[in-house]
Design a protein around this ligand. Sequence first.
Ligand SMILES: [Zn+2]
Length: 179
Amino acid sequence: MARIKLGTTLSGSLWLEHITDLFSLDGRFARGKTYFNKGYVKKFSFDGSFVEAGVKGSYGNYQTHFEFDNDEDAKRKIIDYFQSNPMAQSSLLNGELTESFFDWCKSENITLFITRKHIIQGIRHRSVLNYEASCSCYDFYDAGSPCKHLNALLFALCAEIDTPIIPYQIRQQVRLLYN
Ligand SMILES: [Zn+2]
């Protein structure tokens, strides 16, 4: 099994920390990681905030997707941050996001990672997610409790986040390693 090292960059390790915090109590998390390591995540595509892939499962291939809520306000703030901060800009061009960027996001209340808030409405508890997700498998019913395939996709996204910003053509080749 080709085990791909994840969390090799600050961004990737923070991503890993967040998905581990949220989902690792469920056995599907570890199974999803195994699926990812076995190369079951196929046709991975990442376009802005939309991620999709076909993930091989026990009874065929499933179509799975993950999408962040679009926060235009946060996007604008982040662009301003890099435009007015040449040091941060040059590390971004080297494919790195610095600790101070993440600290700044925290101070601005910008959420870069998956979150799940519990709110109480009347007598009911409800989860509020800052993302949407789906999978075509029979086991999927709620984006807040991902199936194995969706977990595998979240690991594939971690590998993608770890990939430094490099020219598009090379990036395509790097992707082939994951597929
Ligand atoms: Zn699934």
